[in-house]
Design a protein around this ligand. Structure first.
Ligand code: ATP
Ligand code: MG
Length: 410
């Protein structure tokens, strides 16, 4: 139980940390990218400012495209009507590629764009060229940002790796811390379980003395007791019996919690056992209920026969109690890796909000509370199923009956 809580807590911490860390990393990354872009753009702008008069002069030179791989910047000068005039490039053949690029997505004046070509990345800036305050043409000024781009790709990979590693570390650390934090809770929980177990155990003897005394009183004083006193003694015996049953259930659950149950495991002829129980229940079912069985032959199971019997009593008893009329069915089938026992009724059904709670101790549905009962039946059933390494599944469509399926792995 605490193991599950520890796991859940660690998972929650790790997820929260992951989300928190990822959020900051994303912000950090975008801030860094933005900073780099601004810096590169500033460099392009100042290069333009320094050389804008030269660019104007170049417009009238007839020398066309030159290639110099060693320079930092490159530029292409165009006339107002998009005719190429002059250029200085560092990546041979890029000018044609660029023309294709901005024929698809034109660059507006004074704005910058990113351009990728042959695994190289560039920042491009478009600026007007003035001739006596009139625009005579424009220039596309560019700079390679491949190095920075690679640096950021590596950075992001590293950050993702760091996030993953630190999330795992945080998960492990919180698992360890959760264990530390659970020590006092576990201690008081164990104490409480021991208290319930001891109290149930200690109450058993006085209760059985009380019951036997009532029986003796009923027998020996049969002639002297008034009819009213006889009724009282009878009621007290009933209550004492109920209390004894309740104590037995509590003791069983307490032992289950402390994992101290004694199992008398043997090979159970499950098909025969179910048939016998079905005959018993057939007799006590009201006439309005049709009890049908579908029991596969010759199924055997290794377990504690009295517990399995009790489990079936609990499920069938509930089905009978919460069904006014209609069919109740009991089925047993064997699959390749599991034995499945199902009790289905056509009774009042279980509201959806009750479904996760009905296996809790002392939990009773609204309708059930009008009847006698302890609310321990299904808690006991679940404990028995768990002791046999199985699981119990409930399904119910509101007001259309309930179905309890017990699955035992083979
Ligand atoms: P007892 O401990 O005496 O059996 P109980 O029947 O109220 O009392 P559980 O058997 O643990 O307690 O069942 C818990 C609750 O689940 C019930 O109070 C009832 O609301 C609901 N429930 C169980 N089985 C059915 C069923 N077959 N149909 C409808 N509701 C059911
Ligand atoms: Mg019950």
């Amino acid at each position: 139980m605490f193991h599950k809580t520890r796991k859940k807590l660690s998972l929650l911490y790790a997820t929260l940390f992951f989300l928190f860390f990822s959020f900051f990393l994303i912000i950090f990354y975008f801030a860094l990218v933005n900073l780099m872009n601004t810096q590169q753009l500033d460099e392009l702008e100042s290069h333009y400012e320094k050389q804008k008069y030269d660019f104007y002069a170049y417009m009238h030179e007839q020398q066309r495209l030159s290639y110099d791989p060693d320079q930092n910047y490159f530029y292409y000068i165009y006339t107002k009507d998009h005719n190429f005039v002059h250029g200085d490039e560092t990546y041979k053949g890029m000018q044609q590629q660029l023309e294709q690029f901005y024929s698809h997505s034109p660059i507006s004046e004074n704005s910058s764009v990113h351009f990728e070509w042959q695994e190289h990345y560039f920042l491009l800036l478009k600026k007007p060229i003035y001739e006596k305050h009139n625009v005579a043409g424009y220039i596309i000024l560019g700079k390679s940002i491949t190095l920075q781009k690679h640096f950021f790709q590596k950075t992001i990979q590293l950050l993702i790796l760091l996030t993953c590693i630190s999330t795992i570390l945080i998960g492990l650390l919180s698992y360890y811390m959760a264990r530390k934090a659970m020590v006092p809770i576990q201690w008081s929980f164990d104490k409480q379980k021991k208290f319930v177990s001891d109290a149930s155990h200690e109450l058993r003897t006085p209760l059985s003395i009380f019951y036997s005394s009532l029986e003796i009183l009923e027998l020996e004083e049969a002639h002297t007791l008034s009819p009213f006193s006889k009724e009282l003694v009878h009621d007290m015996k009933d209550e004492a019996q109920l209390m004894e049953a309740l104590l037995e259930k509590l003791l069983f659950l307490a032992r289950h919690d402390q994992q101290q149950w004694a199992q008398h495991q043997e090979v159970i002829p499950l098909s025969d056992l179910l048939k016998k129980i079905a005959i018993k229940f057939q007799k006590i079912m009201p006439a309005e209920i049709q009890f049908v069985t579908e029991i596969e032959e010759n199924i055997e199971f290794f377990g504690d026969i009295t517990k399995i019997q009790e489990l079936l009593y609990i499920l069938l008893d509930n089905a009978k109690l919460y069904t006014k009329k209609g069919p109740i069915s009991l089925s047993l089938i064997k699959e390749s890796n599991a034995i499945k026992m199902t009790v289905t009724d056509n009774g009042i059904g279980i509201p959806e909000h009750d479904l996760p709670l009905i296996f809790d101790r002392f939990y009773r549905g609204d309708v059930a509370r009008q009847r006698n009962g302890t609310g321990l039946g299904l808690a006991l059933a679940k404990a028995i199923v768990e002791q046999h390494s199985g699981k119990i599944i409930v399904s119910s469509a509101d007001s259309k009956g309930a179905s309890f399926q017990v699955i035992f792995p083979i």
